[in-house]
Design a binder for this molecule. Structure first.
Ligand SMILES: Nc1ncnc2c1ncn2[C@@H]1O[C@H](COP(=O)(O)OP(=O)(O)O)[C@@H](O)[C@H]1O
Ligand SMILES: Nc1ccn([C@H]2C[C@H](O)[C@@H](COP(=O)(O)OP(=O)(O)O)O2)c(=O)n1
Length: 346
């Protein structure tokens, strides 16, 4: 069982305002924690004594939360405390541990927990830059550049899914069987090492940093990454890495799931043609010719799979900055990210 906290303020003591803001708060809690409605056991709401026009629980029922138990209380009144505030504690049947809970504080209630409110550089929390986006947008190039300029480590989460794909391909594990893949992940010994030459990826004692870059491994990484059991374990490993040190992390779900409280979130994209052209050049440099139109098709197929999967699909986090790099070179994108970071840290 985990308990997820949230709070939001209301502009007026009216039924409409209370229900509207409660609904916004609950939607954000559901979204940020990827909650299925059936997982919720109960929700306790409190409202400050100045809110009397409606029960917040009504908003939960209208969101389809019909099976869980709901209670509304009046918040204990403390002198000079935040007025017009609705608080919620959502009890969830999950074995993922309390640390996996993403608490949500919105509007004026962000002041209650500046260490948790998304978008604010968390007090005492290591710096975290999250870069998400589709294949070939330039995430790893830019993340590496930013990490180098900041003197912190770069964590390529795609490499972890690639390493799992390689391990399973070699061990003959069925790539459609989520349970078998999760077991294989436990046995795989996937490990990241961060040295002066960047990230190196290991399966046990074997360094697979170069091998996982193969095209077939990349496509199979996209296939293994659709399974929730696999993602849950990967996210835990990634959160552990970012919990103790400053990171630039790139992937598909960093801003939305892995680091919901990242200091800065960037959603980096470029048109599928530009991304295919980059891939074309990359392959040419390795002496391999591929038809551009086929590369466009492959990239669009991968986008579809990453964006349409049920669990933690690729999408822009609400508080992420959209950066379209179609007409920017890599150095320009690094500069943009650094200046965005300066702004959020100011
Ligand atoms: N802004 C950019 N302009 C031109 N080429 C870029 C840019 N960013 C990355 N590249 C090149 O595009 C290719 C794919 O970039 P990469 O960082 O591997 O993308 P991703 O990690 O998003 O899949 C690489 O060959 C890289 O050198
Ligand atoms: N955080 C992540 C990182 C990668 N994945 C999946 C989706 C991608 O298709 C594969 C491979 O990721 P990777 O970033 O190495 O792929 P590209 O370099 O962008 O081609 O893994 C993911 O689901 N979540």
């Amino acid at each position: 069982m985990i308990a997820i906290r949230g709070a939001i303020t209301v502009d007026a003591n009216t039924r409409e305002a209370i229900l509207q803001e409660t609904e916004a708060l609950l939607k954000e809690i559901l979204e940020r924690n990827s909650l299925e409605r059936e997982e919720i056991v109960g929700i306790n709401f409190t409202a400050t004594r100045d809110l009397t026009a409606a029960y917040p629980a009504v908003a939960a029922r209208s969101l389809g939360l019909v099976d869980c138990s709901l209670m509304c209380f009046q918040e204990m009144h403390v002198e000079n405390s935040l007025p017009m505030c609705i608080r919620a504690m959502v009890l969830v049947e999950r074995q993922t541990g309390q640390k996996s809970a993403a608490h949500v504080y919105m509007k004026e209630a962000r002041r209650l927990r500046p260490d948790l409110a998304s978008g604010e550089a968390g007090a005492g929390r290591p710096l975290a830059v999250a870069i998400d986006g589709p294949a070939g947008a330039g995430k790893s190039t830019v993340a590496k550049g930013v990490a180098k300029r900041l003197g912190i480590i770069y964590v390529d989460t795609g490499a972890m899914y690639r390493a799992l794909a390689l391990h399973c391909m070699e061990q003959g594990v069925d790539l459609e069987d989520g349970e078998a893949l999760a077991k294989a992940l436990d046995r795989s010994g996937i490990r990241l090492e961060h040295g002066s030459d960047g990230q190196r990826v290991f399966l046990g004692e074997r360094d697979v940093t170069e091998e996982i870059r193969r095209e077939d491994v990349g496509n199979n990484a996209s296939r293994v990454s659709v399974h929730p059991d696999v993602r849950e374990k990967m996210v835990e490993m990634q959160q552990r890495i970012a919990g103790s040190q400053a990171v630039v992390m790139d992937g598909r779900d960093i801003g939305t799931h892995v680091l919901p409280d990242a200091t800065l979130k960037v959603y980096l994209t470029a048109s599928s043609l530009v991304r295919a052209q980059r891939r074309h050049l990359e392959l040419q440099a390795k002496g391999m010719e591929r038809r551009l139109d086929l590369l466009v098709e492959e990239i669009e197929e991968r986008d579809r799979r990453d964006m349409e999967r049920e669990h933690a699909p690729l999408r822009q986090a609400e508080d992420a900055v959209l950066l379209d790099a179609s007409d920017l070179d890599a150095e320009q994108v690094v500069e943009r990210v650094l200046s965005l970071l300066e702004r959020v840290e100011a």
